[in-house]
Structures are given as C-alpha cells and as structure tokens.
Design a protein around this ligand. Structure first.
Ligand code: BTN
Length: 250
C-alpha cells in the first residue's frame, strides 16, 4: 500500500513526531495517536483532544510542486476530509477558507482542523499534514473563533479505523491531483463545499491580538493558488493569501 501507519498510545503532537522523522520517513508515513499531550493548532494555538473523542493523525507526503504553489494545499486537504466524511455517510460537511472543516447548516460548528507544516530539502518538500476531527461531544470553546462541533451530531460515528482508512484513501487521491495540477485541479470541489461562497464576509487581522476588522466584501471563492477572492464594495476584487488573516461571516 501507499501508507505506512504507526499507531501510538500517546505523543506530544503527531505533527511534531513526523517533523522529527521527516528526513528519513517514507512518503505515506502516518502517525496516529490516541492521545496528544501538546496538540498544535494553527497560529500557535493549542489543539485539545480528549482521547476517546477525537481522531488525531498526521501524514507525511513528499511534493514536487514549486514551493510557491503549496499555499493551496490546506484547502485541497479540506476537500479530501470532506469527501472522506461524505463517503462514511456524514451529511452537511462544509469548508471554510483556509482550512476549517465545518458541520451543520451554513457551517455552524468546527468539526476539525488541518495543520500543515513543511520540511524542505534540496530534492522536494515534505508536507506534514495534521488532521484533528472531533468525533464526540465538542470540547469547550478554545479560541478558534467558531463553536466546536462533533461527528455524533450528524448521526452514528464511524469506527475510528474505518474513518482513518476513508481519510487516507481520499487524501491519496486528492494529493495526486494536487501534485499534478495544483489547487486548480481541486478548486471546484472546494468551492462547492465552501460555506461562505457568494456571501458577505469580513476578513480580520491576527485574531490573537485585537480582531480589528480589515476589510468587508462578498466572498468569490478561491483562485487557482488557493488565495481568497473578495469583491469589495467599490467593485475591486482583492486576493488574500493564507496568513495572519481570518474569515468571519459579516
Ligand atoms: C487548527 O484548526 O488550527 C488545526 C488543528 C490541527 C490539529 C491536528 S491533530 C493531529 C495533528 N497534530 C497536531 O499537533 N495538530 C494536528
């Protein structure tokens, strides 16, 4: 198979473990942990996961894409997560730029997150793709800007190994498409699940500081690099790359 799965009862962070192995581990190495003692979220946040209630794993994948083109990877991974959940019978999965996986009508709650860290050498870029999904009762609000949601709100929760297998299948397929064609190859699949497509949104500055509003506009989706496109009130279209901005409903 294309995957080499290592299951750990506990580690600090599956992303951290794979980063340490990134020079030697084969593409397709997966670390899945029952418990993380220092799970990481984007922008320096902590990812909390009660052992029985979440699926937390990381996948190492070597990419030949130009570094400049890797920005859309976290969106592409969101597509794979959504497709895997749909394959397991979960209805109502939505995506929010850049990489939140949401559940419920109009994307009410955050079901999971994606944290991608890169380790590059001369030959290629190794992407460490970390995914955390809430299976049961959402953890308390923890500063992610959205209420948490869990899979059990959408029906029976698939067995953990069934879910992991579906996720890895979908990831292999989506990553092949991404390597061959960049984000453009999966853009339609992303936009069809984007909860704020064509809706008014606010783009905020770094929310770890003051949440000061940066700009409001209508969300036009993502361009072929995965940059967010906003139509501003004066008619201009601006693009924003993944960085220290976050998106809210206006
Ligand atoms: C986010 O929403 O900010 C991203 C959260 C990513 C959490 C996952 S859990 C598995 C992997 N290991 C980590 O330490 N983080 C990611």
């Amino acid at each position: 198979g294309r995957f080499d799965v290592v299951a750990l009862p506990e580690c600090d962070s599956t992303n951290a473990v794979l980063l340490q192995q990134s020079a030697s581990a084969p593409s397709g190495r997966v670390i899945v942990a029952d418990r993380q003692t220092a799970g990481r979220g984007r922008r320096g946040r902590v990812w909390h996961s009660a052992p029985a209630d979440t699926l937390t794993f990381s996948l190492l994948w070597r990419l030949s894409n130009e570094p400049a083109r890797i920005a859309g990877l976290s969106l592409a991974v969101g597509v794979a997560v959504a497709q895997a959940l749909e394959h397991c019978g979960v209805a109502g999965v939505g995506l929010k730029w850049p990489n939140d996986v949401l559940l419920g009508a109009s994307g009410a709650g955050k079901l999971g997150g994606i944290l991608i860290e890169l380790a590059s050498d001369r030959a290629a870029t190794a992407a460490i793709i970390g995914i955390g999904l809430n299976l049961h009762q959402p953890p308390a609000a923890d500063g992610f800007g959205l209420p948490a949601a869990a899979l059990d709100a959408a029906g029976p929760v698939p067995e953990r190994h069934v879910l992991l297998a579906a996720l890895l299948d979908a990831l292999a397929c989506t990553l092949d498409r991404f390597v061959a064609g960049g984000f453009a190859a999966v853009r339609d699949d992303w936009q069809s699940r984007h909860v704020w497509q064509e809706r008014p949104v606010r783009l905020l500055g770094d929310s770890t500081t003051t949440d000061s509003a940066v700009v409001e506009g209508r969300c036009l989706g993502a361009d072929s690099d995965g940059a967010l496109l906003l139509a501003l009130p004066d008619g201009r279209i601006e693009r924003y790359l993944v960085g220290d901005v976050s998106l809210r409903a206006a």
